[in-house]
Ligand binder design. Sequence first.
Ligand code: FAD
Length: 213
Amino acid sequence: MGTGDSFDAVVVGGGHNALVAAAYLARAGRRVRVLERLGAVGGAAVSARPFEGVDARLSRYAYLVSLLPVRILRDIGATVRLAPRQYASYTPDPADHARTGLLVGAQSTFAAVGAGGDERGFEEFYRRCRALTKPLWPTLLEPLRTRSVARDHVLAAGHPGAATAWSELIEQPLGRAITAAVSSDLVRGVMGTDAVIGTFARLGEDSLDQNVC
Ligand SMILES: Cc1cc2nc3c(=O)[nH]c(=O)nc-3n(C[C@H](O)[C@H](O)[C@H](O)COP(=O)(O)OP(=O)(O)OC[C@H]3O[C@@H](n4cnc5c(N)ncnc54)[C@H](O)[C@@H]3O)c2cc1C
């Protein structure tokens, strides 16, 4: 960027959110400059080859693309090929020195970690989550709703477990609902990771910061 260059917007950092913002601005006819400190853009969504001699590309952080609305791709004219996978996660069992573990997905292995009785509670928990996520998902590209308007919207969608789900996921420390749903610490840990990742909060905190992710 030379002296005298002028821009309508300068975006600091070239992660995927910045790139999307810059693309929208550019499509709206604005002159935009993105400043990225690294040699490549993409931020945490970029994969890397961490092991010398092994041609395996691993995610740095953002490996699951669950919150990328197709509308954004259409709006900015981006072509992204996403690869679906059969399994959500694998957690080695420390009690067994990681010889076995909990695979969650097409053929889950709850029994292998002594948590066969938790499989149903696990599935029911995520079914309750969908009572919120299904109606809220289409609103994510709209102006942010207040808590009470969002709650009315969720309840109006008519899912039978919606009121309970709202209370468990929004109004109480998330750890309570997870603890009530399953009894194995390993399974709780997997569910807790889904919840708190990136929030740096504890599952039982009264601040409810952990419920935000
Ligand atoms: C452990 C972990 C796991 C995660 N897993 C997932 C997942 O599976 N799926 C998912 O969707 N999300 C996941 N996330 C969240 C996801 O990584 C972030 O939400 C996402 O990367 C945020 O994108 P961003 O564009 O805002 O910022 P980032 O991806 O963080 O990009 C920021 C960019 O800005 C650059 N930058 C920073 N400061 C400056 C500066 N001063 N000057 C110039 N450049 C600068 C950085 O180098 C970087 O390229 C995870 C996060 C963590 C911590």
